[in-house]
Design a protein around this ligand. Structure first.
Ligand SMILES: C[S@@+](CC[C@H](N)C(=O)[O-])C[C@H]1O[C@@H](n2cnc3c(N)ncnc32)[C@H](O)[C@@H]1O
Length: 353
């Protein structure tokens, strides 16, 4: 493994002549910790002096805004991320990440099993997470009405194919809305839902607080709002936080770098009750250290939510250094831990459940 990193560094150095990178990536864990300390110390000093350096590189406006700046780059990067998830069968397949999401959904509602249960999915993508959630609900409820709000036509088509091919979804009536959540909520909607979910979507919406408020208003009194996002802990988040601190501009909540901490803060402010449940995954970041690996470049873009960060040597150096300091080497792989969290918010009526 160290051979991959060393080979990478040699080429990188030849190109960019950055002695500092070699110092931080090739020395052992001890010096990695030392360099982390000194980096953190210099951040604190800057903060104390109130002179936090503002990055003025050409990439700055793109930082943390992968989907809005470059949808073309977003999708392959998202796929590279899913392929790098280490969990049973990866992100898809048996014992996978989506099964974990499904296991966290409440399955009992104060609602008669005979009558239709109404579900609203925001940003359902190609439907893998939704279909697991729906099947869980079908175990107790005979009929489910599922409204899907998804702005990507390609994703909706894939979801429709999944529905056609999966006989386990026969009890579900689908209502497809080819829209962003902003477009969807702009019109007055009278339907109330028993379950509203947004699985790894709230990074993408324009205004996090407006989306949460709109979702909450469409929730039945006995219903649940189910949100999954990255938690504000774990090594991926540590890297993202440092990256934003160094290169981000303006309000972080306007970027995609959001966490369940931001969601819980809003719920607390609104006096809304919720419970939470965490899960852990490892991301195989080995490709990120290989010269000329397109999968590695896509994964770095997804991890930073920033398009083409390898075109910016300063950003790339910072991110790789941070990953190197926080990742573990397992056999031939370099693994970085990410912690996700489900937040289940409920109205007063659901407390009796
Ligand atoms: C990371 S994917 C998650 C997809 C799916 N929920 C899953 O877990 O596999 C984010 C999804 O949000 C959708 N999306 C992006 N912007 C959105 C918006 N403003 N409103 C609703 N959905 C959005 C994307 O098209 C994409 O399908």
């Amino acid at each position: 493994m160290s051979a991959i990193i060393t080979a990478y560094l040699r080429t990188y150095q030849r190109r960019h002549r950055r002695d500092t990178l070699e110092t931080t990536l090739t020395t052992g864990i001890r010096s990695c910790k030392d360099s982390r300390k000194s980096t953190m110390a210099s951040y604190s000093k800057e903060r104390l002096r109130g002179t936090k350096k503002t990055y003025s590189g050409k990439g700055m406006v793109k930082v943390g805004r992968l989907l809005s700046i470059s949808p073309v780059r977003y999708w392959p990067s998202f796929r590279a991320f899913l392929a790098a998830v280490e969990m049973g069968g990866g992100a898809r397949g048996d014992n996978n990440l989506y099964q974990t999401f499904g296991s966290k959904v409440p399955d009992t509602f104060l609602h008669e099993a005979e009558s239709e249960l109404r579900v609203l999915g925001i940003g359902s993508g190609s439907g893998e997470a939704d279909s697991i959630i729906l099947k869980k609900l079908l175990q107790r409820h005979k009929r489910v009405y599922n409204r899907v709000v998804e702005p990507s036509g390609e994703m909706i088509e894939r979801f429709k194919t999944l529905v056609r091919e999966d006989t386990g979804l026969r009890g579900v009536t689908f209502d497809w809305r080819h829209q962003t959540d902003e477009e969807y909520f702009r019109k007055k909607i009278n339907t109330q839902f028993h379950l509203l979910h947004a699985v790894h979507v709230l990074y993408c919406v324009e205004d996090l607080h407006a989306t949460l408020r709109n979702m909450w208003e469409q929730l039945e009194d006995t219903g649940y709002m189910f949100i999954i996002l990255e938690a504000d802990k774990g090594n991926v988040w540590k890297m993202r936080e440092k990256f934003w601190e160094r290169f981000g501009q303006g309000d972080r909540l306007k970027s995609s770098l959001r966490t369940t901490g931001d969601v819980k803060q809003w719920l607390d402010t609104m006096g809304i009750s919720y419970v939470t449940s965490e899960y852990e995954i490892n991301i195989d970041v080995t490709e990120c250290f290989k010269e000329n690996s397109e999968a590695g470049r896509q994964l770095l873009d997804f991890l930073t939510q920033t398009p083409y960060i390898t075109n910016d040597p300063e950003m790339q150096t910072m991110v790789l250094e941070n990953i190197r300091c926080n990742a573990s080497v397992v056999g031939e792989k370099i693994l970085l831990k990410q912690i996700g969290e489900a937040v289940i918010a409920f109205k007063k009526g659901a407390e009796k459940n």
